[in-house]
Design a protein around this ligand. Structure first.
Ligand code: NAP
Length: 344
């Protein structure tokens, strides 16, 4: 009997082996002007984040690059300034593994943006690390890819809610389909595998979007929470960590695969769509519409059913609140009188 029976009614056994469902896609020509809007994005010093920042700044958004290392963040901002007006670019260093640093960075972002953030893109990520704990003792993929973004979003919520239509985009991966969060202690999983930890954190990204949407509805605020994934992209994600742990052959194989698919500029498109498409709805998930969602036009894609579970999203939300100590406001903050300094 063949592995995939030749029956038109039978679905592919791996649900992510399918094309995107929106044949129309979306291109750079569809990205609206963003004059007067502020976009904050994490992981803006390299890869997909830097490509996304270039696109946002080119459309006249004030882009706040949030990335690790003051020098790297400044240098990325300078690189961006060569192509965009310098007044459109600011840089704030943060280590998303360090909860105290996130609070400090959020304060700095408030100063640079006059306390108003229209778009937040939670893009930074780590992958394939050998077992690593953060200063708080949490597994690093879960801590950086999920908890850090939960905390940053919570700290920036007052600034987001001062704008008329705030949007939070969280970047996941098509490989979230393989993600299995430890049901009890995802921050200290009972078993560790470098890719398993990454996949689980990418499933957490989608559960976070679900939890954020639930929170926004309950608090009756006009925030739109959406997700996106870039496909398979030629960046140093994964390969750098593999090399650092001496797994050179695996790093070469990953780089070969990433090079075969698409560039950061093409890969940024689904995230750009999630950030700026005026027709995007809360809970939408965008990705590339081509073969296996590895590349192609920016379309609506499907998330794994496990990430649509309201109970799982709520469990993760409560745990994230407990681990980070960051509680989201129950109601919109009082109207704000700007008193902070403006960006550069
Ligand atoms: N590349 C792919 O094939 C692929 C596929 C699916 C999904 N994605 C997702 O796309 C997003 C962007 O990844 P990428 O491919 O552009 O990788 P990348 O080039 O390695 O960029 C990741 C960014 O995250 C930053 N970062 C890492 N740890 C951080 C921390 N503790 N605090 C603050 N920033 C930190 C990195 O800064 P440093 O340079 O200082 O480390 C870098 O700017 C990630 O969420 C990733 O999961 C990528």
């Amino acid at each position: 009997m063949p592995w995939i029976p030749d029956s038109p009614r039978r679905r592919a056994p791996l649900p992510w082996l399918r094309r995107g469902t929106d044949p129309s896609g979306w291109g750079y020509a569809d990205v609206p002007r963003l004059t007067g809007l502020t976009a904050v994005l994490t992981g803006g010093s390299s890869g997909v984040g830097l490509a996304l920042a270039e696109q946002l700044a080119a459309r006249e958004a004030h882009v706040v690059l949030v990335a690790r290392g003051a020098d790297e963040t400044e240098s990325a901002a300078r690189q961006l300034c060569r192509r965009a007006t310098p007044r459109h670019v600011s840089a704030v260093p943060v280590d998303l593994a360090d909860l105290d640093d996130i609070g400090t960075a959020a304060g700095r972002i408030g100063e640079l943006t006059d306390g108003r953030v229209d778009i937040l893109v939670n893009n930074a990520g780590v992958a394939a690390l050998s077992p690593t704990c953060t200063p708080s003792g949490f597994e690093a993929h879960f801590a950086v890819n999920h908890l850090g973004h939960y905390a940053l979003t919570g700290h920036l919520m007052p600034a987001l809610l001062r704008t008329p239509a705030p949007r939070v985009v969280t970047v996941s991966s098509v490989l979230h389909w393989l993600g299995r969060l430890d049901p009890v202690t995802p921050h200290r999983p009972a078993r560790y595998h470098r890719w398993g930890a990454y996949f689980a954190s990418k499933a957490a990204n989608l559960l976070f979007t679900h939890g954020l949407d639930t929170w926004a509805r309950a608090a009756r605020v006009p925030l739109t929470a959406v997700s996106a994934h870039p496909g398979l992209v030629h960046t140093s994600l994964g390969s750098r960590a593999l090399r650092e742990s001496g797994r050179h052959a695996e790093a070469r194989l990953l780089e070969h695969l990433q090079r075969r698919w698409h560039s950061p500029t093409e890969a940024a498109l689904p995230i750009l769509r999630a950030s700026t498409d005026p027709t995007a709805q809360a809970g939408d998930f965008f990705g590339p519409g081509g073969y296996l969602e590895l590349s192609g036009p920016a379309v609506h894609v499907r998330a794994a059913p496990s990430t649509a579970s309201a109970a799982a999203a709520d469990r993760l939300w409560q745990l994230s609140k407990q681990l980070t100590g960051v509680a989201y406001p129950a109601a919109p903050p009082a109207p704000h009188k700007p008193e902070l300094s403006t960006g550069p």
